[in-house]
Ligand binder design. Structure first.
Ligand SMILES: [Zn+2]
Ligand SMILES: [Zn+2]
Length: 338
């Protein structure tokens, strides 16, 4: 298949003091044109096809160099020999390994990663790396259907990260749209409307990016899920929108729910984005985290300003005139925390 993998800048990656070699460049290019997990012998065969004068020893040396330079990553599928996969701009991932045909399939799961973090934290263990390999029989071996074409995990990661970001923006848009109708304070209504409008804008940007991504691979939409994100599929604001529907949600409570959603969304994208190596998906996540942080800060500022306004003597007099039992509402607003 045609590869869309970005070719790293070899000059930049080359360790100091080593010379550029055309043989090495050829081997690196042969390696990067392949998707999936190659053994050293696979790479020898492919390299010899391109230039039969290149020796086995040179290929082995180059593989070791690629590993040090961050272009290749060693993986062990328990076959008694290592395999190598791209590591440049290729997010870390887990593997499904078919015992029958020896093919391997890549995936990622935020739930597995948070479980690993939870266990490590509980045992005061600093985890550097976790390897998840699931052995069994692939669909193709089980059904006789043609095997799925190896796909570019970088693109799949970007596709899935964008899908989650889009779902989140959609749920955010719905959340603020509902908020606009609910809040009484004119300033709060203005803020919710502003945020709803921004989510619409973000959504359009993300959708345009998603369409651009699809142009890189016409089959991208139909390829299997790479990134599994339990709980994020409906958007991180979906629970907040449900809470807004409850009885007795006042303006301050609406702000508090919004703050919780934005904070959850910000943390989620930031923590996740940072864990990945350079890739389009990482960039999407970090940009998104930054935008959510700005929303979070705005909501916190506005929440505090509203508390202040509601405590002012003018406001109290106004509420007291409108509603004889304002004392209870005031007591409730005092328990508000950020
Ligand atoms: Zn198989
Ligand atoms: Zn892999």
């Amino acid at each position: 298949m045609a590869s869309t993998t970005a070719i790293p800048d070899l000059d930049r990656l080359r360790p100091a003091g080593t010379k550029r070699s055309s043989k090495r460049d050829l081997i690196v290019n042969v390696f990067l044109k392949q998707e999936g997990h190659l053994s050293a012998d696979d790479l020898v065969v492919l390299t010899k096809r391109a230039d039969e004068r290149i020796s086995r020893a040179t290929v082995y040396r180059t593989l070791q160099w690629m590993e040090e330079a961050g272009i290749a990553r060693k993986v062990d599928f328990g076959e008694g020999r290592f395999r190598f996969e791209h590591s440049y701009r290729h997010p870390r991932h887990f593997h499904l390994i078919c015992k029958t045909c020896k093919r391997s399939y890549e995936f990622l799961s935020s739930d597995i990663e948070s479980l690993v973090e939870e266990v490590a934290a509980a045992r005061a263990f600093t985890a550097n790396q976790s390897v998840v390999q699931i052995y069994g029989t692939c669909e193709s071996c089980r059904t006789g259907r043609a095997p799925e074409e190896p796909s570019n995990s970088e693109l799949l990661f970007a596709r899935d990260a964008l899908r989650i970001a889009i779902a989140t923006e959609r749920s955010g848009m719905e959340f603020y749209g509902r908020g606009v109708k609910l809040v009484k304070d004119p300033r709060a209504r203005e803020i919710f409307r502003k945020l709803a409008t921004e989510e619409v804008h973000h959504l359009k940007t993300l959708e345009a990016r998603y369409d651009d991504l699809l142009k890189q691979d016409p089959l991208l939409e139909s390829r299997p899920t790479f990134l599994f994100f339990k709980g994020a599929a409906n958007g991180l604001f979906a629970a907040g929108t449900d809470q807004l529907r409850r009885d007795g949600v006042d303006d301050l409570e609406a702000y508090r729910i919004g703050i919780r959603c934005e904070r959850g969304s910000h943390r989620f994208f930031k923590r996740y984005g940072e864990r990945f190596e350079d890739s389009e998906g990482k960039q999407v996540f970090l940009e998104f985290a930054e935008e959510e942080r700005e929303h979070l800060e705005l909501l916190i500022r506005e929440y505090r300003a509203l508390v202040k306004r509601q405590r002012s003597p003018g406001h109290k007099a106004l509420v007291a005139a409108k509603r004889p039992q304002a004392g209870r509402a005031k007591a409730r607003s005092r328990t508000a925390s950020r």
